[in-house]
Design a protein around this ligand. Structure first.
Ligand code: ADP
Ligand code: MG
Length: 275
């Protein structure tokens, strides 16, 4: 279990006159074992926050702490701490190498994890082929895919199945924190619910700390304990999900709430969900 904390985080793109602050001094805590939703329209800076947490962007100012350790500036042994934070992206089509079988793709992630573990004192991870194949099967089962899918290639999978494989790859790193960035946005509505339910099950089962990013407030309210609302690089409102939805204080949040088709009706009931 781990707490992820953003402290006065600024992320700047470009420099001089063309400098643009995509993230403007945000403070956000994702408590250990909780799901915090980050919602806001496209371009508000949500992905930039997540990308900075996994080292794909640099903070201009401020820090990102994993259990108190600054991961944004982490190098060497603390750089490995960052692997405890894994990100799953929106596009299930670009995140998998089409030439690689699903099993090889997951094995690649397992290899990185093994290398990390070998450097940790007192751990001797098993690297036998049989143990690794068993682990690949286990990860596929965890994301509710048949373990024989290890031999398939991404081209034969549906969008929902690819997103499950992306989750399995992230889980191969044995993360404490998962950053889920619009993970259902590219999927058919009928599949979105199954992937959200899977995320909820995994989160509970593995006690994951999750930052759940979406432009869709209805989806966020369906999965999150707390919600933070972003507008133009700033967090304009935050609170328990029910409070933000039922009593939005900020005018921008009020707009987002008005855009939800039908409040009070669950967006995806478990019973109506099909594979
Ligand atoms: P969101 O995920 O909320 O849609 P992003 O974090 O992707 O928003 O983007 C926030 C802003 O930062 C947008 O205006 C986007 O154009 C800009 N931006 C994102 N990445 C880069 C980059 N690598 N270089 C320059 N501008 C960027
Ligand atoms: Mg985004």
């Amino acid at each position: 279990m781990s707490t992820l904390e953003f402290r006065n985080l600024w992320v700047r793109f470009g420099s001089g006159r063309s400098a643009f602050d995509a993230v403007r001094g945000i403070d956000l805590i994702v408590p250990s074992g909780k799901i915090v939703g980050l919602v806001g329209e496209s371009g508000s800076g949500k992905s930039t926050i997540a990308r900075t947490a996994v080292g794909l962007s640099e903070p201009h100012h401020g820090s990102i702490l994993l259990d108190g350790v600054d991961v944004a500036h982490a190098k060497g042994s603390t750089g490995r701490v960052r692997q405890r934070i894994q990100m799953v992206f929106q596009d299930p089509y670009s995140c998998l190498d089409p030439r690689m079988s699903i099993g090889s793709s997951i094995k690649e992630a397992l290899d990185v994890t093994e290398r990390r573990k070998r450097r940790e004192p007192g751990t001797y991870p098993s690297t036998s082929r049989a143990a690794r194949n068993a682990r690949i099967g286990e990860l596929l089962t965890m994301v509710e895919l048949d373990s024989t899918m290890a031999h398939s290639f991404p081209g034969t999978l549906s969008g929902g199945q690819r997103q499950r494989v992306a989750l399995a790859r992230a889980l191969a790193a044995e993360p404490d924190v998962l950053l889920a960035d619009e993970i259902t946005s590219a999927l058919d509505v009928s599949v979105q619910g199954t992937v959200l339910n899977l995320l909820l099950d995994l989160q509970q089962h593995l006690s994951l700390t999750v930052l759940f990013i979406s432009h869709n407030l209805a989806v966020v309210s369906r999965v999150c304990d707390e919600i933070a609302v972003m507008n133009r690089g700033e967090i304009v409102e935050r609170g328990p999900a029910a409070q933000v939805i039922e009593h939005p204080k900020d005018s921008y949040t009020q707009e987002l709430v008005r855009a939800i088709p039908q409040i009070g009706v669950p967006l995806f009931g478990k019973e109506e969900i099909e594979q």
